[in-house]
Design a protein around this ligand. Structure first.
Ligand SMILES: Cc1cc2nc3c(=O)[nH]c(=O)nc-3n(C[C@H](O)[C@H](O)[C@H](O)COP(=O)(O)O)c2cc1C
Length: 185
């Protein structure tokens, strides 16, 4: 399959981006990764991973201020992009076409090229501005996928809950994931 771009922005839930990256590496999927300044902060604050470990999971890594990176051009062929987690600031940049950093620019490119863009938007409660921005991105073709735990799977650990979300996100790209539990009725 074509490469997947993964952005980790500064919302709570850095572990979602890390788990996605671990799984895609395991499956030999080429990943192009960007971590924002505040994404680096939340990795340190919320997980036991150091930033070098996370970068080491990526096939290719770019700095968020590197607007000359190849993923900032539509000529770079990718299946699409996941932003996990996606802050309200990054969401706003995408909704308004304000491509000041590489995560937003790569997302903007996905929308214009009509490629899959999946945002694990994370904030609570949500203001009308947040909701409006989500609606704007959804109407432009993006998939708004807040990390909502599934209780019908009877999770027994935080890892279960995280992996269920990871599986649903990978589903968006038809990437199989053993940790996903489907509702069988
Ligand atoms: C520990 C921590 C948790 C945060 N959690 C959230 C969050 O869940 N959602 C959000 O929109 N912003 C959150 N923020 C604020 C963002 O990091 C901040 O708006 C930042 O400018 C986002 O920049 P970025 O999107 O370029 O990463 C958090 C910040 C910190 C330090």
């Amino acid at each position: 399959m074509k490469p997947i771009i993964l952005g980790i922005s500064g919302a709570s839930g850095a572990i979602y981006g890390i788990r996605l990256l671990e799984e895609m590496k395991k499956q030999g999927i080429e990943t192009h990764v960007v971590i924002s300044k505040w994404g680096s902060y939340t990795i340190k604050a919320e997980t036991d991973y150091c930033i070098e470990d996370v970068i080491g999971l990526a096939s290719f890594y770019y700095e968020d201020d590197d607007l000359a990176a190849r993923i900032s051009s539509g000529s770079f062929k990718a299946s699409g992009m996941i932003i996990a987690p996606c802050s309200m600031k990054t969401l706003s940049g995408i909704a308004n076409g304000y491509s000041e950093d590489l995560i937003v620019r790569a997302a903007d490119v996905c929308l214009k090229e009509q490629r899959k863009l999946v945002l694990l938007t994370r904030e609570t409660p949500l203001s009308q501005i947040h909701l409006q921005n989500m609606l704007t991105v959804s109407r432009a073709g993006g998939v708004i996928a807040p990390p909502m735990p599934s209780f019908y799977t009877r999770p027994t650990s935080l890892e279960d809950m995280i992996d269920q979300t990871v599986g649903r996100i990978l589903d968006q790209f038809d990437i199989p994931f053993a940790g996903l539990r489907r509702w069988e009725g």
